[in-house]
Design a protein around this ligand. Sequence first.
Ligand code: HEC
Length: 106
Amino acid sequence: MDLPRRTWLAAVAAAVFLAGAVSAEDDYQGLPPGEGRDEVFGLCGACHSMMLVTQQGLSRPTWEEVLVLMVEEQEMAELDPEDEKLVLDYLEKFYGPDRLARRMAR
Ligand code: HEC
């Protein structure tokens, strides 16, 4: 009776692992994988849905203004320079103006 029990346990372990992998992807609310994703998700998702971020297509200077706005008007804690760079790099890369232009052209 040893083998079936081990097989069953392996199946359960595989199912748990797969469920974890799938929900880990969902947990980012659609943010594409990339350097800075954890920071954006953790820092910006603390207050609001990622939708507010992912529906934008902004230039880097405008993203910088958004961060200032978050601090000045929405009580976000100022990001330390390393996080700010990661966040801006990520936002510029995935949510820059060309993205919006592409979407609007459709
Ligand atoms: C301390 C809370 C807090 C944090 C942290 C925060 N925000 Fe916000 N943010 C808000 C609030 C509150 C609003 C207004 C929400 C609304 O209009 O429903 C908002 C709105 C926004 C908007 C929409 C602005 C508009 O003009 O409609 C953007 C874009 C945004 N946030 C980006 C970010 C990004 C990027 C980060 C991470 C660097 C971030 N936020 C972190 C509180 C926060």
